[in-house]
Design a protein. Structure first.
Length: 649
């Protein structure tokens, strides 16, 4: 007769059922054989001692003899081994036992399920399983009659040790999002396909893809963060209660809206976009997003939502694109040489900039990575360096067209200047300001390619398309102009750049070289006059003219009141700017001297009367160490106020 095994020590031993735990099976057999508690069976057969709790591991072989069921049948039951401090390394159907997430010795039941299926579901032994996902009600863990915690030593599956029979009206409902989250856990535990579109909008598919072990670990870590509001906490086993479970499941409701709201509640600096997300969410970031125990690919949906929060927090430039990409996608883009910032632009759907990493830039230029970085730092070929704030690495903004690589050996600057017939300094300055096209490169940037030199030569020749048979009167060639004194090499370069810019137009050319261009003598003389520098004076002489301290002159230069330049460590200012300033301002020290008073007293009195003064700081002095100047239009007013004699100007 099915369910009866005369070779066992019990009369009635029905077979195990699906999703039934070992201790629940023993309780069901105890009830079927008329015992008031399973303790009688276990104690009478020597499996436990009097007054002792259940052991961590019940001997399956002895249970097999008592129940009359095979050892294999009993071992396939979930939680055939359960923790009492040290988890045993056993497996159930190829899955590691989830000892860390179990609470076997504190049973919970759903009277609905017990009445319908006649078993205690093994899923209820999970710490997080505080409600039934099938009926949407809280599990029962205390007897409503005696108020004691449920025990495995009770009279039946749906009956307390006090004799009270559990009914279906003794449990309260739970929110939909809580029921949906527990349904995902339940289906994942038993390998069933969960509903991809639950009513609460939780990311059921993404959660189930994690697997039961990583899913429970993630939920435990999230619960710890939730309890500690994002602050640092001591790691350990999470103790769930129904309120915490409802809050935890609420994070996933209407994904990712409630998750973004949760991030806002634990954000340390919600209004400070200058602080990166890693620092604002240190505990959450370390425990969830970069936790080593859970692969990044399994929490990619969380990382993506975290990146969306960064976009809403106006820290988009600081967000690492790895939040939005799986490891495989990230590796593929890295192999293509795409920089992190461009990955982020492509993810957002923005027109991506041509940003590449150093390796890809070197490949495009055909040089070593160090050489490519050096060229970018100098701004060659229109390259720009952008530092990614998320990774701290350099990225390179590349123009749409880069110079072509030439196999022919490049020309040195000496060979190139002979080829064009212009001084070496002129050629280097033309290259510095972009007149040299740089459309071809060799292994060394200092070298010149013959195609680019020909293009520069053609540009000069195109400025004088008419070819002359002889040199007209009152005209000179460009080669003669470059031998004249034009007040420095920089002015000679200005002559060449003016021709290329069209500011100076040659009337023709005698040949096909740059030096053969023909210019009118009047044009050259006018250019020479425009390049004559303004006369300069030293700081000491300028201070005497302005009747001020010589340490004030650099301050006047800094505020733009004077014009000048440093030649080495010495400062020289133009005579024109000194005369212009002297006609507008008078030194308060000069006025005080004429009035027979102290300059500080004069400055204080003028400030009290509301007369605006120009205060100029002295070089290498404290901020308050200044010298005052008064507009000359106010001098007569000052004399009338102070009652002094007229100041000799």
């Amino acid at each position: 007769m099915a369910g009866y095994h005369p070779d066992g020590k019990l009369v009635h031993t029905p077979p195990t059922k699906a999703r039934e735990g070992l201790l629940g099976y023993i309780l069901r057999i105890s009830e079927a054989n008329g015992y008031e508690t399973p303790w009688t069976i276990l104690w009478s057969q020597g499996l436990i001692r009097r007054g002792k709790p259940l052991a961590a591991v019940l001997p399956i072989d002895k249970l097999s003899q008592i129940l009359g069921r095979s050892v294999e049948e009993l071992r396939q039951l979930p939680w055939s081994c359960y923790p009492n401090g040290t988890p045993a390394q056993q497996t159930h159907k190829g899955t590691r036992q989830l000892f860390r997430h179990l609470r076997v010795m504190q049973p919970k039941i759903c009277p609905y399920c017990v009445a319908e299926r006649g078993v205690v579901d093994a899923a209820w032994d999970l710490r997080i399983m505080l409600a039934c996902p099938t009926h949407g009600v809280a599990l029962l863990d205390h007897c409503p009659a005696c108020h004691n915690r449920l025990s495995w030593y009770r009279r039946g599956l749906n009956r307390c040790q006090c004799g009270h029979e559990f009914t279906m009206e003794e449990q309260g409902p739970v929110p939909q999002h809580t029921s949906d989250l527990l349904r995902v856990i339940y289906d994942t535990l038993y390998g069933a396909t969960t509903d991809p579109n639950p009513a609460s909008g939780i990311p059921a598919v993404d959660l189930q893809k994690m697997g039961i072990d990583d899913l429970l670990r993630l939920l435990a870590q999230l619960a710890t963060v939730l309890l500690n509001r994002g602050q640092k906490s001591v790691t350990g086993i999470c103790s769930y209660d129904l309120e915490l479970l409802i809050r935890l499941s609420g994070i996933f409701e209407s994904w990712p809206n409630q998750f973004l709201q949760f991030l806002h509640t634990i954000d340390r600096e919600p209004g400070n976009a200058a602080i990166g997300l890693t620092h604002r969410f240190r505990n959450f970031y370390d425990k969830i997003l970069v936790a080593r125990k859970i692969a990044n690919g399994k929490v990619q949906f969380l990382r993506k939502a975290f990146g969306q929060y960064g976009s809403l927090s106006n820290v988009e430039s600081r967000i690492d694109p790895r939040f939005f990409l799986t490891p495989a996608q990230l590796q593929g883009l890295r192999e293509q040489g795409i920089a992190l910032s461009q990955m982020r632009s492509e993810i957002d759907g923005v027109t991506p900039k041509n940003l590449v990493n150093q390796k890809e830039l070197a490949r495009r230029l055909g040089v070593r990575p160090q050489t490519a970085d050096c060229w970018a730092q100098r701004g060659h070929f229109g390259l720009e360096i952008k530092v990614n704030t998320a990774s701290g690495k350099s990225e390179y903004l590349v123009p749409e067209e880069l110079p072509a690589r030439v196999n022919a050996r490049g020309l040195t600057v000496h060979s190139a200047k002979k080829y064009l017939g212009i001084p070496q300094s002129m050629l280097q300055l033309l290259r510095r300001d972009g007149y040299y096209p740089n459309r071809h490169i060799s292994c060394q940037f200092a070298q010149f390619s013959k195609p680019d030199l020909d293009a520069l030569l053609h540009r000069f020749v195109a400025c004088a398309p008419k070819e002359l048979s002889s040199l007209p009167e009152k005209h000179v060639t460009l080669a003669e102009c470059l031998r004249m004194r034009l007040n420095g090499a920089e002015n000679k370069y200005r002559l060449l750049s003016s021709i290329l810019d069209g500011a100076i137009s040659p009337i023709g050319r005698l040949g096909n070289s740059i030096g053969d261009l023909v210019l009118a003598c009047d044009t050259v003389e006018a250019f020479r006059q425009s390049t004559t520098p303004d006369p300069m004076m030293s700081v000491t002489v300028a201070a005497k003219h302005l009747d001020c301290d010589r340490a004030v002159v650099p301050g006047l230069l800094n505020i733009g009141a004077l014009e000048g330049e440093y030649k080495g460590s010495a400062l020289y200012v133009t005579v024109r700017s000194v005369n212009a300033f002297q006609t507008k301002f008078a030194s308060c020290a000069h006025i005080a001297k004429k009035l027979g008073m102290n300059s500080r007293y004069l400055t204080r009195r003028l400030t009290e009367y509301g007369i605006k003064l120009l205060f100029v700081p002295r070089k290498n002095s404290k901020a308050e160490n200044t010298q005052a100047f008064l507009r000359r239009s106010k001098v007569q007013q000052v004399i009338e106020i102070l009652g002094g004699k007229k100041v000799t100007e």
